[in-house]
Design a protein around this ligand. Structure first.
Ligand SMILES: [Zn+2]
Length: 351
């Protein structure tokens, strides 16, 4: 959690803003000084609010008082809800320091006409945006979504990608200011609403770990099984500070209550290492490096008999091959970043 260049998004359980606020106070008081965002998560679950719901000015003020970046507590932008999309962007533009949280139905990135409307309004209001894309599995595995994200990244508006998995790295390579990977599966996705007929909601999956060579999250049991079948590849050993050279399935031999935390710690280390390998001084090279890593990961997935991961193909297709002998200088990186925490005048204790 304290690697250079990292930050934290604290996401509310449905409606539990006081809980998130207490966490934020605790972290600020303990001197956590990396970027910290509070996600009110009013857009998720079956009790989600629509995008036309006004922001809670008290909630925005609390973030500001703690010296944090102000992330709007937006509702969900559903299929065709242009009024809702515009409402979020317009209200954010009226606030000096806010980031517009846009929790989007997949169609806003996938369907060309919806995407055009999204791009037009994002350019017009020109406020920083943080997007969350709804899907029951991997939104970037759906054809057209990576293309839509890249077009959005080219709008010259600071963009953050929240509740994501490995594709967060692709977004960073293509110019996102920041990208957040969930600590557990439920926070790596925005699940659609559960149909009233099905009880119990989406099942809570077993812990998964990042397999860096495959750019994939895989359940620990799958990793252990595949390792037995393909013991000689170098996919399994990990030199991160959590694994310390052990093969990834070591976590499976720890008590069950520890596995999710260990899986997360390993995955965070692995993602930070991947980011360091991917991001360099020339943004154009970052995209090409990411493209090459996607091709390599697809190869290794085939080698060990795992299904193809469509997102890996979509990233490669969307980035394309480099133009030959391009003499232009490298583009500059966007200057915007999530500000570190300001000193807060107000000291607040956890309640
Ligand atoms: Zn590790």
């Amino acid at each position: 959690m304290n690697h250079p260049g990292t930050g934290l998004v604290v996401t509310a359980n449905q409606g539990n803003l006081p809980g998130v606020y207490r966490w934020a106070c605790y972290l600020v008081e303990k001197g956590y000084d990396r970027p910290l965002l509070l996600d009110a998560n009013r857009y998720g679950g079956n009790g989600r609010l629509p995008a036309t719901t006004p922001f809670d000015s008290d909630w925005l003020g609390r973030q500001r008082d703690l010296g944090l970046p102000v992330l709007t507590d937006s509702g969900y932008v559903g299929l065709g809800d242009l009024d809702g999309l515009v409402a979020i962007l317009r209200r954010t533009a009226m606030i000096d320091d806010a980031i517009a949280l846009l929790p989007l139905h997949l169609s806003w990135l996938r369907v060309p006409s919806a995407r055009d409307a999204l791009l037009r309004h994002v350019r017009a209001f020109a406020v920083p945006i943080a997007i969350v894309v709804e899907h029951q599995a991997d939104p970037f595995g759906v054809r057209g979504v990576v293309d839509g994200l890249i077009e959005l990244l080219n709008c010259e508006v600071p963009l953050l990608l929240l509740r994501c998995d490995i594709s967060a790295l692709g977004a960073l390579c293509c110019g996102a200011v920041a990208a957040a990977v969930g600590t557990r599966a439920a926070l790596r996705h925005l699940y659609p609403m559960v149909p009233p007929s099905s009880r119990g909601g989406w099942p809570r999956p077993a812990p998964s770990v990042v397999v860096s060579g495959c750019l994939s999250y895989k359940r620990l049991g799958t990793v252990a099984r595949t390792k037995r079948q393909h013991p000689d590849t170098n996919l399994w050993g990990c030199g991160c500070s959590t694994c310390e050279g052990r093969d990834l399935d070591w976590i499976l031999h720890r008590p069950e209550w520890m596995r999710e935390r260990l899986a997360f710690q390993h995955s965070l280390d692995a993602l930070v290492e991947l980011r360091e390998q991917l991001i360099g001084p020339d943004p154009r090279r970052d995209q090409l490096t990411w493209r090459a890593r996607c091709a390599n990961a697809a190869y290794w997935r085939r080698e060990v008999g795992w299904d193809t991961l469509p997102a890996l193909d979509h990233w490669q297709q969307a980035i394309g091959l480099p133009p030959s002998d391009d003499p232009s200088p490298p583009p500059r990186r966007p200057g915007w970043s999530i500000p570190p925490q300001r000193r807060s005048d107000r000291t607040t204790s956890p309640e």
